[in-house]
Ligand binder design. Structure first.
Ligand code: GRG
Length: 296
């Protein structure tokens, strides 16, 4: 329970800071108010797992929540943009997200595309602005890592491979590779950014990257299991979409029981990767357990 209330507390911090960032510099008054409204709509809600991981990883090295909050919000902006674009008719064509109409339904397609574009660029504005991230060395490294995680060799490539798979079909190794990019890249950034902000040594950083890799796989497998078995109302989005599209997922290839077994193994792998941190890593361990058992 303490874990869930910590996740919710950090979620509220992120929500509040995003609201400030999305009204900064007269964004809500100047220019296109509809665009700003769509950006705030898209950035609202969700579990805030990626910012939580970033803040918690940074905390391992004594970095305060206040110092990790803006990079965490930048990451969440990228995540929210990816959801808006993923939901578009040209991609997954979803009408429900976070229990509400998707951005292109609530607004219109052009506004949703622009809101996604603007959230993506806002993320880079946040990580590159000295007002939001004072340490210039960390700032430069975060910008590069974030660009790589989000871009053509990271999340965007993963999305492209996923879309292509609907036409072809992938084996287990290729599915895992696609998911490591599409979903895993932002989780890796979250944990690595914590290491960068905390000036972690190479072994500590490698441990966080290994944790993030197992965590990302566990998250995706749990997501696929929820798609196969979950409840649309609890999830706040459509379910059984993968099977409906004949999409190859690890759950479809392994079967439900073997997928659950693999999920348990991935959580154990995530925990094992953090052994050098001892008790200090308990919240990261609990986060991996949480994603594996989540219902929404
Ligand atoms: C459009 C470039 C581009 C990329 C989209 C991540 C992604 C790539 C699409 C999301 C599609 C999807 C539902 C993937 C499954 C895993 C996933 C990212 C689920 C949503 O993440 P949560 O559960 O969402 O953390 P909340 O709403 O809690 O933030």
């Amino acid at each position: 329970m303490a874990f869930v209330s910590d996740l919710e507390r950090v979620g509220r911090l992120v929500e509040g800071r995003l609201a400030e960032l999305l009204t900064a510099d007269g964004l809500s008054d100047a220019g296109d108010a509809r665009l700003a409204e769509a950006m705030r709509y898209a950035a609202c809600g969700g579990k805030r797992l990626r910012p939580f991981l970033l803040i918690t990883s940074a905390r391992l090295f004594g970095v305060s929540e206040a110092d990790a909050l803006d990079p965490a919000c930048a990451l969440e902006c990228i995540h929210c943009y990816s959801l808006v674009h993923d939901d578009l008719p040209a991609m997954d064509d979803d009408a429900l997200r976070r229990g509400r109409p998707t951005a292109h339904i609530a607004f219109d397609e052009a506004t949703a595309i622009l809101a996604g574009d603007a959230l993506l660029t806002l993320a880079f504005e946040i990580v590159s602005d000295p007002r939001y991230c004072a340490d210039s060395e960390a700032r430069a490294e975060l910008i590069l890592l974030l660009a790589k995680a989000a871009g053509w060799q990271g999340m965007v490539l993963g999305q492209a491979l996923d879309l292509a798979a609907e036409r072809g079909g992938l084996d287990k190794t290729r599915i895992a590779g696609m998911q490591a990019l599409k979903t895993g890249a932002l989780f890796r950034f979250a944990c690595e950014a914590g290491a960068v902000l905390g000036r972690a040594n190479a072994a500590q950083r490698a441990a966080l990257v290994a944790y993030a890799s197992a965590f990302g796989q566990a998250f995706q497998l749990a997501d696929d299991l929820l798609d196969a078995e979950g409840d649309a109302k609890a999830l706040g989005k459509a379910v059984a979409k993968d099977a409906g599209r004949g999409k190859a997922t690890l759950v479809a290839l392994l079967g439900i029981d073997a997928a659950k077994e693999r999920l348990r193994a991935l959580v154990a792998e995530a925990e094992g990767a953090l052994s050098q941190f001892g008790e200090r890593a308990i919240t990261l361990i609990e986060t991996a357990r949480f994603v594996a058992s989540r219902k929404s």
